[in-house]
Write a protein that binds this ligand. Structure first.
Ligand SMILES: [Ca+2]
Ligand SMILES: [Ca+2]
Length: 132
């Protein structure tokens, strides 16, 4: 292959790699549910108080009707009766329930709220997006 042909191929490849890098950057800041990182627009459930330990990150306005069917990301710990704090980076309001299938309301998690659950820690078994 001639040098000029190699340069031509490089010139063709360069814009593509720049675009790939740009989309990778965009992906970092956008919502990426289930990756264990609390990204923008996600609801993030933490195993520990003060937003520590394993996390379960939910897509914008996503419901989970039975926490017993889920574990924290990269963890074997069940969500059920195991969530101690919640970050809501979305514009939605969520209701947290003591029981599965949205029964026995515990508390509301408001838009952009950071909630240490306190006395309601380790009780939640489901949650539902109830509006914006
Ligand atoms: Ca995420
Ligand atoms: Ca419960």
């Amino acid at each position: 292959m001639s040098i000029s042909r190699r340069i031509l191929i490089l010139m063709l490849l360069l814009p593509m790699s720049t675009a790939t890098a740009a989309s990778a950057l965009a992906a970092e800041s956008a919502s990426a549910p289930g990756n264990g990182v609390c990204d923008q627009d996600e609801l993030c459930l933490y195993w520990g108080a003060n937003f520590t330990g394993p996390v379960y990150d939910v897509q914008p306005c996503g419901n989970v009707r039975n926490y017993a069917t889920r574990t924290f990301v990269n963890s074997t710990e069940s969500l059920d009766d195991n969530v101690a704090s919640i970050r809501n980076r979305s514009g939605y309001v969520y209701e947290l329930y003591d029981r599965t299938r949205y029964r026995s309301p515990l508390m509301e998690i408001f838009s952009r709220d950071y909630a240490d659950l306190g006395s309601a820690a380790n009780q939640a078994s489901s949650h539902q997006c109830i509006g914006s």
